[in-house]
Each structure stands twice: as C-alpha cells, then as structure tokens.
Design a protein around this ligand. Structure first.
Ligand SMILES: *Cc1c(COP(=O)(O)O)cnc(C)c1O
Length: 407
C-alpha cells in the first residue's frame, strides 16, 4: 500500500501553486480545512485591507468615495470576475445582493419575457434556494415547474434536457457543479440543447466560479448567478454576482427596480426608467464593505490563472479519490462523486451512515469537512488554500474516526 502522506508531500513539492498557500491567514488548531467550498478562508492581508478601508476610503474620504470609486465598484468587480473566471467580456457581470435574490430577479425577468411559454425546467435535487425561487416565480406568473430527476452521482446530461424541453419551455435553470455530488454539467452542450428548443438558459455557478474555467460568452449562456464567499473567499455573506448577456440587457426586465437600477440614479425623477447597461440588475445601495475581501482572492486567481487553479483542483480531488479507494472504501464508505476528474468540480463527496457523528467529532478536533444531509461528507478542496498533505490528513482523520467510533 502506498504511503499516502509521502505521496501527498511529493505532490506538494511539485505543485506550481504551493507558494499561494502562505497567502491565507493561519487558523491555529485547524489540521485540515476541507470546507473552502462553503466558506473560503480569509487571506492574510484581508484584515489590513478592511482596516485601511475604514481609515482612508471611508474614514477620510467620507461620502466623496462614492463618486471617487464606490459607484462603479459593482460593475468594475463584476467585469473582473467575468474576465478572470467566467469567460465574459465587460459590461455583462455585476456584483449585488445575494445569490438567492439574483436568482429571483433573473428567473422572474425570464418568466415575464416568456411570450406564451409556460414551463420552468429545474432539477429536483438542486440547491433549495434555486428550487424555492422557481416555485415562487411559477406561482406568481402562472407557470409550471418541470422537475428533472437525473442520476444522483453524475448529474444532468444533454439527453435528460432533450427529453423535457419543448416549445413550452421558457427557462432551464441548472447548477454548473452540483452542490452535493460535485458533478460538472456539460455547459456548452446543455446550453445549445436548451437554445435548440428556443428557451433561455440560466446557470448557477456557486460551486464552480473560481475553480472550474468556463466561457459564458462563447457558449451562448443567457444568464448566470454565483456566490463570492465560496471559492472567491469574499467572507460570510459577501454579495453575489449576476451575468446577463448583453443582447438581453434592456429586453429582459428585472422585477426589483430600485433607484440604483435607474437610468439616472440622482435624477430623483417622477417615474422609473431602467439603466441601459448591466447596472439595470442592481436595486439598492451596494454593500461596499462586503466587497473588499474578494478583491485579494481575485488578485491571487489572476496570478495563478483559472486554468492553473483547475489543474491543482484536479490533482487534489484525484488524490482524495485515490485515498478513498485505499482507506475508506474498505470501511464501507460510498463514493458519491464522479470518478473521472473531467466530470467533477472542486469537491469530493463520500457517504456513510455514521458521518453525522463523525463530522461532529472531527470539528472538535480541528478537522473540518462539511456534512450534508442525510449521510454525506463533502471534502471541499479550495485549490489555492489547500495542500495535498492537508487533503490526506483529512481523509486519514475520517478513517480514524470511523475506526474508533462507539457502536
Ligand atoms: C451556496 C449556494 C447558494 C447560496 O445562496 P445565498 O443566497 O448566498 O444564500 C445558492 N445556490 C447554490 C447552488 C449554492 O451552492
């Protein structure tokens, strides 16, 4: 049997991105943080960035900072995310709200523009907020939700989509990487199949942005949303982003038409005229303080490149699967993610009936994976902040906890 820790040390020594591990703040007492796909770690310089902001941009420049930089920040940051991680040309991505609210805005806009089409297609196993928003929009607009039930490990295929889309379909909304299994959907092929039926395609990028490269412009994606507190390390509750293809801007109308989405914010005019560009997706005053931390992570992704991040991600998840085969499969643990790295995003999910208590114990010991109902552990391996040794430390801790649990 391989010595997994030796193998991990060799992989770390050969990792071209290993220098970036030092960019993250230390967490004393934490032996393995395997939850960067739920809440990315702060960078070492995040505290200084926030302190400098309070002292200077806010404390000294005061309200002048709105004119000097904050007014444009949601669009500037959106452009940066678009260029570094989405394959999106400028003017189509904006940072705002939460993912939940942006899903509502875009789904509602698509439903309103549907012209006789009456069905919203979504996956029955998608993240709750995505499903709940579809139910709400359907109730508001008299539409019907069509539920897809794909393979739980491999996720939605083009064939699954072709079987349900028709001239009745208004919008198909899917996750790029499944939050449970980590399955990576074939974004270009599925988007093309949806367009073949004349419908719009929306992608939820929460579990893929910052870890899986994509080409939203080239692949014809109509709309997309994603988190910034997962692989973009924006901190708890940092705002989300939305992508709306330029040809839809001014055609689709989002429903929460606050003053920040108006053509002239300070005209204080008698009635609403939407802004021409991507700012039309905003509603109220942007959360500037919550947009600070992600900027440091975007700098790191720029240095590493998203392709470099993906290469390391594959190396980490491959190692996790190999370690699973060697030490966890013999204990009756199930692999709930695709085996082929081409078909998965940045996390690996494993299952065992005792994982709830195992996770509780591991957290007290500073080994921090993510528990997902009913009996899954997600090993979330955020590539820039996670080493191969940390990955193996986590897998071995799961093994030890299973071997020594009370039965
Ligand atoms: C994390 C996540 C969300 C989170 O939405 P919030 O509004 O930020 O709470 C939504 N969708 C998916 C698929 C997610 O993974």
């Amino acid at each position: 049997m391989t010595d997994l820790l030796d193998l991990a040390r060799d992989l770390d020594a050969a990792d071209p991105l290993r220098a970036h591990l030092d960019a993250f703040a230390e967490a004393p007492g934490v032996g393995a943080y395997l939850d960067g796909n739920s809440l990315g770690r702060p960078l070492r310089d995040t505290a200084d960035r926030v302190a400098a902001f309070v002292r200077e941009d806010w404390g000294t420049r005061l309200i002048r900072s709105w004119d000097e930089q904050w007014m444009e920040l949601p669009m500037a940051l959106g452009d940066r995310i678009g260029a570094l991680a989405l394959g999106a040309a400028s003017g189509q991505t904006v940072v705002a709200d939460s993912t939940s609210v942006l899903i509502y805005k875009l789904m509602r806009a698509a439903a309103t523009a549907a012209q006789g089409r009456t069905e919203l297609v979504i996956e029955a196993g998608n993240f709750p907020t995505d499903r709940f928003m579809a139910e709400g929009v359907a109730a508001e607009t008299g539409m019907t939700v069509v539920w897809l039930e794909p393979d739980a490990v491999h996720g939605v295929t083009v064939a699954d989509i072709e079987a349900v889309v028709s001239e009745r379909t208004a919008l198909v909304s899917l996750s790029h990487v499944d939050y449970r299994s980590g399955a990576l959907a074939d974004m270009p092929a599925i988007t093309a199949a949806v367009h073949g039926a004349g419908a719009l395609m929306m992608w939820d990028l929460c579990h893929s942005v910052g870890v899986v490269p994509m080409q939203l412009d080239e692949w014809g994606v109509d709309m997309a949303v994603g988190c910034t507190y997962k692989y973009l390390n924006g901190g708890p509750g940092s705002p989300a982003f939305a992508y709306l293809r330029s040809e839809h801007q001014g055609v689709l109308r989002q429903p929460i038409q606050g003053w920040w989405s108006a053509a002239d914010i300070f005209a204080m005019g008698p009635s609403y005229v939407p802004a021409g560009g991507i700012r039309q997706l905003l509603s109220g005053t942007p959360p500037v303080l919550s947009m600070l931390a992600m900027q440091g992570m975007l700098d790191l992704i720029e240095q590493a490149t998203i392709e470099g991040v993906r290469a390391k991600s594959r190396s980490l998840t491959d190692l996790a699967v190999r370690a699973y085969d060697e030490v966890l499969a013999p204990l009756g643990v199930r692999l709930l993610s695709p085996r082929d790295a081409e078909l998965r995003g940045g996390h690996v999910t494993i299952g065992h009936p005792d994982f709830r208590e195992v996770t509780q114990r591991l957290w007290t010991e500073g080994i921090i994976p993510d528990f997902r109902f009913p009996d899954g552990i997600r090993l979330g391996l955020s590539p820039l902040s996670t080493s191969h040794v940390e990955t193996i430390t986590g897998v071995l801790a799961v093994r030890d906890a299973l071997e020594t649990r009370d039965r």
